[in-house]
Unconditional design. Structure first.
Lengths: 554, 328, 276
């Protein structure tokens, strides 16, 4: 590739340094970053949290949280204009006019008290002198172009009246109002369900191609990269470690960091089948849990809503087996998990454990069974009491069950070692640990009671991909060593493929399909399962083969 | 989906919700007042100087004070529903007449206070927040801090010393200069002249409250994601503040304005007694010391209704500002 | 960083603490500085400040204004602290129960706080004191009765947001008892907002107390700043000092407590709260 056949890039970032305020962990959020973006291409910037990928995007838009965070050195050239030295009034013309941006959380990124129509109208009104009637017409066209139903109705709606995916579509319509040359998308699908994510990715690609837009797409998900990127830049600790075409980076990564990340991405191909005992450890039969909200006030209040969080759910968990429960948000998978550990009381059905139905037991009757079924939670920050020392958090469980204090403390120290933490963690507070370490503490707490069943509710979804791989490895080790049976709740089919022996797919409180992992992945019967599998980002990319040819390299 | 219908439903719901509250207030006040030692008969008898037990019994029977408490309460509730608030023995007048007489001055004081406190509070909070950590912000914040800590009655007295006694700008007390027999616009101007100091006195504390709240609310909203979106759209800072942040920042201030109406009436007791403003607060103060129970009940009822009514107006305003009402 | 290092960063909070300590010192030493009863006729009535041995003048009956202020500091602080303690205790217990259990307990509590918001609270306090006869006890009760709903709402809100956190669910999943969860797990996590709200409530309580005694509803046996101002009202024209100095005392004390409260807020609730 010679420099001559490359047209002048649309966006040219050179040696960019963004300084952080004093007292931060690093002196710079972004160090010596250079990349270019051309017309009609999608450049993905990938990295884990704190890699500086979003800060670079904000720097382009001139949206750094000044004065604490600012550009220290370097240039950003857009179409021959230097964005670092440009006048603020010209920058405002560029923002929203020539470079637009969409964000991760479409709910908070839209003004809650302004209609969608007005928020779109505002962009047109500030950048052109179009008459009101024409602006409205344009807004309707835009809404239509992002495939939202009934545009006339949508422009009068407020953000809270739309679903997450619809909001992100509206956000995209707004960003494209002035047909910008560059669209910056900052993790635009991270907050969405996997099927919605697939639709939004398709929409972005479609609009990019029809308008020749240059898209700067920021994400942490290599699957998404595989689906939409033309070129990829990988960031770590504020620096770009690798940049190249999608094929180069994804299939022949050069940098050890990239290679490590690739290895951490779980493959969609399930591993060899483990032999599992046919003894039943736990069986859930026709479990039902309904939530009611609103109603009352003689029909003046919010409309009565009845949600069947668990609707006649039956699952069977064998001894030593890991059963995956997979579904999108609102499918009731977390409710099911909480019903099993009796954090939520289901109205009907059975939870049979060793021949005893746990569902109708009261607190006192439940006590002897508490230790047998333990839970690992999703959020490593919310699942540990910030005011308690780690030792107490772990030892509290045994202590509640009557184990003498000294013995409970000893148990806690053993557990810390088991999950791979230093014994000194015993006297520290949770905030002194990273997300992955906190998740280890959460696992230690669950194991301290010597359970037979572990219910894990999205235990890795809040973690970066490399940490996620470590925690999954830990869970797999423990499962073997302690002969645990596990109910594994997840929305991530890649994780499910690697961890679970069998999978149950949930939708709207019902189990639509269940079966051995390999069977489910190869020939799913239910259309919803197929839809889910189709929506997995990067399903045609196989990270396990990516680094293989390069392994012999020195 | 129809926003107007939703709004109407919301306001109706709030109206419905306030009915049990009003009833509860009636019951609580009724029982509280009955805990007091001595009733109206004692007071009347005491004033007469001497009273035979027979006369006392006769008096009690006349006013229904000999009946059991629940019956008295039931009678009272029934009477209230028919707009009969009982009879003030002390003033020898029906309570309803008496209270309605004093209602207008209090309403005048309340409305002018709310308008000034909320209006200026919003403006000052906006000015402070938009010039964060400049001298403007500091001056406004210090002003708010000090007025927030000053007792109402003391401000009133100090204002009388300075503006009435020393400078002779405003009258010391009363609502109008009765001796002048003003009519028409002259009377309006005279009343407005009398209204200035009580209003300022009563507003200052709430002005400080709303200023602080508005400032904090503006700063909080300025950090929200939608502000970044607005900036990314290329809007000017001015447009971002007035078009986006302001409306969101107003929501907690409007809510607080509703919440504070009850406290405002409490404050008016002090301000009215300092400036001899002939309103409900002054009447309550007099009624308290003459143990005029019926009158007190009447005042309480009326002020509670006033609070409910103002809260309802606040709810209507809120429903225009926040389309998410149905969600909460 | 230690608590003091965090607190010290807010300079006005340090100033507030200094003023507050001075007021406390004044209250503690009142009997040493002015051993006589502040109600006693100490000399020539209506003395201008500085004359006849009166630092801050004397009132219509010849009582020493300065002595009244020193002794009044005790009254204000005592009533402010007592009323706040009672209100915080009631509010924390009721709010905690309502927030933790929800359901009908919560419904009732919310209706009651709504009622309290509708009732003109100062009028209500006047009523309580008048019915119970003015005394320290009745004033404390009256202030506590009108103040606890705010605490209850705050504690309820904190309990509701904490009870659904995963770490509390983890406690349930090992079978920990409700009382232990409330006291040992939830309460420590909402102590700082309670402390901040409580400190600001002391200021409000002092303002209410001064308002009550200004209207003549103070304890007749104990001098207080509000009483002094009420007594000086009639001679506003001729003896401005009788009203002015006690008013400044109230202003400074309340201001100081508010500043300390804000300082506590900055020190106890750093912006990190959403992460913990």
């Amino acid at each position: 590739m010679s420099a001559d056949d490359q047209p002048k890039p649309l966006l040219d970032i050179r040696n960019l340094f963004v300084q952080l305020p004093r007292g931060a962990e690093r002196t710079h959020a972004v160090e010596d970053v250079s990349y270019t973006l051309n017309n009609n291409e999608i450049l993905c910037v990938v990295g884990e949290s704190g890699s500086g990928k979003s800060i670079t995007a904000r720097a382009i838009m001139g949206l750094l949280p000044a004065p604490h965070v600012h550009i220290d050195q370097g240039t950003i050239d857009f179409n021959g204009e230097s964005l670092t030295t440009i006048k603020e009034s010209r920058m405002r013309e560029i923002r929203g006019g020539e470079i637009s941006m969409i964000f991760q959380e479409p709910m908070t990124a839209l003004n809650p008290v302004m209609t969608i129509g007005k928020q779109i109208d505002e962009v047109i009104r500030f950048h052109t002198k179009t008459r009101k009637k024409h602006r409205r017409q344009r807004a309707v066209e835009l809404i239509d172009s992002v495939h939202l139903p009934d545009p006339e109705h949508i422009i009068r709606a407020y953000p809270h009246e739309l679903s997450g995916g619809q909001r992100q579509r509206a956000m995209i319509a707004m960003a494209l109002a002035m047909e910008p040359k560059i669209l910056i998308a900052d993790e635009p699908t991270t907050a969405l369900d996997v099927t919605t994510q697939a639709q939004i990715l398709k929409l972005i690609k479609e609009l990019q191609q029809s308008h020749d837009t240059g898209v700067l797409f920021i994400t942490h998900d290599f699957g998404v990269v595989a689906d939409i990127a033309d070129r990829v830049a990988v960031m770590q600790h504020g620096r770009i470690v690798e940049i190249g075409t999608t094929d180069q980076v994804l299939n022949h990564p050069q940098h050890p960091y990239t290679q490590g990340l690739m290895r951490a991405v779980p493959s969609l191909t399930p591993p060899a089948v483990r032999s599992i005992s046919s003894d039943t450890e736990l069986s859930v039969n026709a479990l039902t849990k309904t939530y009611k909200s609103g109603g009352g006030w003689f029909g003046l209040g919010a409309k009565e809503r009845i949600v069947h969080a668990a609707d006649n759910v039956s699952i069977k968990l064998h001894k030593g087996e890991t059963l995956g429960v997979v579904g999108e948000s609102g499918s009731g998978k977390s409710t099911l998990a909480r019903c099993i550990v009796r954090l939520i009381n289901a109205e009907e059905g059975e939870i049979l454990y060793q021949g005893v139905d746990l569902r109708p037991l009261n607190r006192k009757e439940m006590r002897p069974y508490r230790s047998k079924i333990q839970m690992v939670f999703q959020d490593p920050f919310a699942s540990l009491n910030p005011r308690s020392k780690v030792g107490r958090i772990i030892a509290d469980g045994p202590r509640v069950l009557g184990v003498p204090s000294a013995q409970a403390d000893k148990r806690a120290r053993e557990m810390l070692e088991l999950v791979g933490l230093d014994e000194r963690a015993f006297d520290r507070f949770p905030h002194e640990f990273s997300g992955g370490q906190r998740q280890r503490i959460g696992i230690a707490r669950a194991l301290a009671l010597d359970p037979e069943i572990l219910v894990a509710d999205e235990p890795v979804s809040a973690l970066d991909v490399s940490i996620q791989a470590q925690i999954l490895q830990l869970l797999a080790d423990i499962r073997e060593r302690l002969q645990l049976s596990m109910v594994f709740i997840t929305h991530d089919l890649r994780v499910a493929a690697q961890v679970c022996d069998r999978i149950a797919v949930m939708r709207l409180g019902k189990i639509v399909e269940a079966g051995p992992t390999a069977t489910l992945f190869s020939d799913a019967e239910h259309p919803y399962t197929r839809e889910l599998l189709n929506a997995v980002p990067g399903k045609d990319w196989h990270p396990e083969t990516a680094t293989a040819p390069l392994k012999q390299d020195p | 989906m129809n926003h107007t219908a939703k709004r109407v439903r919301y306001v109706l719901k709030r109206l419905l919700q306030s009915i049990p509250v009003v009833l509860a207030i009636l019951v609580v006040n009724f029982f509280l007042l009955h805990l007091a030692e001595g009733d109206a008969a004692d007071v009347l008898a005491g004033e007469a100087g001497s009273a035979t037990p027979e006369y006392m019994a006769q008096l009690r029977q006349k006013f229904g004070l000999d009946k059991p408490l629940p019956v008295q309460l039931a009678i009272y509730l029934k009477n209230v529903l028919s707009f009969d608030l009982g009879f003030s023995f002390r003033h020898d007048m029906p309570v309803a007449t008496l209270v309605l007489d004093r209602f207008i001055p209090t309403l005048l004081l309340m409305v002018s206070t709310i308008v000034i406190a909320v209006g200026f509070g919003i403006v000052l909070g906006l000015l402070a927040a938009s010039g964060l950590n400049t001298w403007r912000d500091n001056v406004i914040s210090i002003f708010a801090l000090i007025t927030y800590a000053t007792p109402l009655f003391w401000i009133g007295l100090m204002m009388i010393v300075v503006f009435s006694l020393k400078l002779h700008w405003f009258p010391t007390s009363g609502m109008e200069n009765v001796a002048m027999f003003y009519e028409g616009w002259d009377r309006v101007i005279d009343i407005a002249h009398h209204l200035v100091m009580p209003t300022i006195t009563l507003s200052l504390f709430y002005l400080a409250l709303y200023t602080r709240l508005m400032r904090a609310s503006m700063l909080e909203q300025a950090g929200m994601d939608y502000v970044v979106t607005a900036r990314a759209k290329g809007l000017t800072e001015r447009r971002i503040v007035f078009g986006h942040i302001l409306r969101n920042a107003l929501l907690p201030v409007v809510t607080m304005a509703g919440v504070q109406v009850g406290a405002l009436i409490g404050g008016s007791v002090i301000v009215e007694s300092v400036f001899a403003w002939p309103g409900l607060g002054m009447l309550a103060y007099e009624a308290l010391f003459s143990r005029d129970l019926n009158l007190l009940l009447g005042i309480f009822l009326l002020s509670a209704l006033l609070v409910v009514a103002i809260n309802l107006i606040v709810d209507v305003i809120y429903s225009f500002l926040d389309p998410r009402i149905e969600v909460s | 960083m230690t608590f003091w290092q965090l607190y010290r960063r807010n300079r006005s909070a340090v100033l507030g603490l200094l003023i507050l300590l001075t007021v406390i010192l004044m209250a503690a030493c009142a009997s040493l500085m002015f051993p006589e009863d502040p109600f006693r006729l100490a000399g020539k009535p209506m003395s201008v400040p500085g004359e006849n041995g009166f630092l801050l003048g004397s009132d219509t009956l010849g009582r020493d204004v300065a002595s009244g202020i020193a002794h009044g500091a005790r009254t204000s602080l005592l009533i402010g602290l007592l009323a706040t303690t009672v209100a915080v205790l009631i509010g924390a217990v009721l709010g905690g129960l309502a927030g933790y259990y929800g359901g009908w307990i919560d419904d009732i509590l919310m209706r009651v706080t709504e009622m309290f918001q509708t009732i003109p609270s100062f009028l209500f306090a006047i009523l309580i004191v008048a019915i119970m006869k003015p005394s320290i006890q009745s004033i404390v009760i009256a202030i506590a009765v009108v103040s606890w709903p705010a605490v209850a709402r705050l504690v309820r809100g904190e309990f509701i947001s904490l009870r659904n956190r995963e770490f509390i669910q983890a406690c349930h999943s090992v079978g920990m008892g409700d009382i232990r969860i409330m006291l040992a797990e939830i309460l420590p996590n909402c102590l700082s907002p309670i402390i901040v709200a409580g400190s600001l409530m002391v200021a409000t309580a002092i303002l209410i107390e001064s308002g009550l005694s200004f209207l003549g509803l103070g304890d007749p046996n104990i001098i207080s700043w509000g009483f002094q101002i009420g007594a000086g009202r009639t001679v506003l024209r001729s003896a401005w000092w009788v009203c002015t100095f006690p008013g400044i005392a109230i202003l400074l004390t309340v201001l100081a407590i508010n500043l300390v409260g804000e300082g506590l807020n900055d020190a106890l609730n750093p912006r990190l709260r959403e992460r913990t």
